[in-house]
Design a protein. Structure first.
Length: 437
């Protein structure tokens, strides 16, 4: 190779790795990731994309965006509190600290006094029972679907699950409840019709082949008009007389009733009405980590806990820690967003609008995650040109607005107030980068 070949001026790998900025990044990012970035930048110089003299600066620029995890924090400006695409419930600071503390060695299955093995996640279980005293026992698995699969497998494998046709829902991402239950080996015994089911439909279906009776809250839709359904209080005498477990899959995760959401079921009310087993999600209205929560009769919980499938779907130590901290700690972000003061939301929105010189629109928020469908949460939003939406999504910080009626709407309901300034700067940057006509 000719001595004048500019590629000879490309800095050597050891020289680049010796840079102070790279040496400090090794602890956070790891040698493999940093070395790979060095090689890619050198190759760009060999390919003529950059000059040898640009290698160092390009490397440092790329280093700033290099992360060990590809997931990016996002400011949720949609007004939808439980946003599935954004990971549902954001953890509270208390839960986040608990996760960090549980990331090392912890006594998740150990009694430190005796040194003997102990019940897994006992603290989270106690916290659940304190929050829902009518439950005799509790079991925690990795998500709501897993809780339903475990319950129907343990109670109705090779038997029948009685369920109303109006409750055969699709739970998202193409997963349908009938398929989920059928995968356990249970047989569905559908009763009633799509819009009307009566007590007699259930009574006639119960027989020697019945494993359990399942009530599913149709959380992500509403059927209105000529309809009828049977509540738990009406079903409980039927199932008790027949000796058949009555299961209520509530979905959203309320442990006690919330006056703001009068039609949203809760575990305390369901158990008091006669359900022997209640299923709920931890990362919805409870405001905690992804988890499947089973509450109810001590004998049924014990039966589920002994089933081999319970090991396959058990919650990990991080979820157990976050769930306990959510239950014992201060109000989580989901609850704060749900009960946000409308007047204060309007004041925050108006303050940002004045600085940005953009209009404010009334904008109803939503619970999301299948909770309280159609129930509006009074609020407001900044109205921006629709072209601002992709700029906000790809900016720093990333902001997810709502695109509606050819406008980009920025709702502050789910944005922590301490992030208002970051949001302001993000919107200013996006507006400044809009195409000029």
């Amino acid at each position: 190779m000719d001595q004048r070949d500019p590629r000879r001026r490309i800095p050597r790998t050891d020289e680049l790795l010796a840079l102070d900025e790279l040496r400090s990044a090794l602890d956070e990012l790891g040698e493999a990731a940093v070395s790979a970035l060095v090689r890619r930048t050198q190759q760009r110089a060999r390919d003529g994309e950059i000059t040898p003299e640009q290698v160092r600066q390009e490397l440092l620029t790329e280093l700033e965006s290099l992360r060990v995890c590809s997931l990016r924090p996002v400011l949720n400006a949609t007004g939808v509190i439980i946003h599935t695409n954004l990971g549902r419930a954001p953890l509270s600071p208390a839960a986040a600290r608990a996760v960090a503390e549980a990331s090392g060695y912890v006594d998740v299955e150990l009694d430190l006094v005796s040194g003997a093995r102990a019940q897994r996640g006992a603290g989270a279980r106690r916290a659940l029972l304190e929050a829902c005293p009518v439950a005799e026992d509790a079991l925690i698995v990795n998500n709501g679907a897993a809780a339903l699969v475990l319950a129907t497998t343990a109670l109705a494998s090779r038997a029948e699950v009685i369920i109303s046709r109006g409750e055969l829902i699709e739970i998202g991402a193409g997963f349908r409840l009938p398929d989920l239950i059928a995968s356990t080996g249970a047989r569905l015994h559908e009763v009633g019709t799509t819009n009307r089911t009566h007590p007699a439909d259930y009574a006639e279906a119960i027989g020697p082949q019945t494993g359990c009776l399942l009530k599913v809250h149709p959380s992500n839709f509403r059927v209105q008009g000529f309809t009828s359904s049977v509540d738990l209080a009406e079903l409980a005498p039927l199932t008790r007389q027949a000796g058949v477990p009555l299961i209520a899959d509530l979905g959203s995760g309320l442990l006690t009733a919330d006056p703001l959401l009068p039609e949203e079921p809760d575990a305390t009310t369901a158990l008091s009405a006669g359900a022997e087993l209640v299923i709920a999600s931890g990362d919805k209205l409870l405001g905690g980590p992804q988890a499947g929560i089973l509450l109810g009769c001590k004998e049924l919980i014990a039966q589920l806990a002994r089933h081999p499938l319970a090991r396959a779907v058990r919650a990990d130590k991080l979820a157990l820690a976050a769930l306990e901290a959510t239950l014992r700690g201060p109000q989580p972000p989901v609850r704060r967003a749900l009960h946000a003061d409308p007047r204060h939301l309007r004041e925050r929105t108006a303050a940002l609008a004045a600085q940005l010189e953009v209009p404010v629109l009334t904008h109803d928020g939503r619970v999301g995650g299948g909770g309280a469908p159609g129930h509006p949460l009074a609020g407001w939003a900044l109205k921006l040109p629709v072209a601002a939406a992709p700029l906000l999504r790809t900016g720093e910080p990333a902001v997810l607005p709502r695109v509606h009626d050819d406008a980009c709407l920025v709702d502050l309901r789910c944005v922590p107030e301490e992030d208002d300034q970051r949001l302001l700067l993000a919107v200013q940057t996006a507006i400044g980068n809009l195409p000029r006509n």
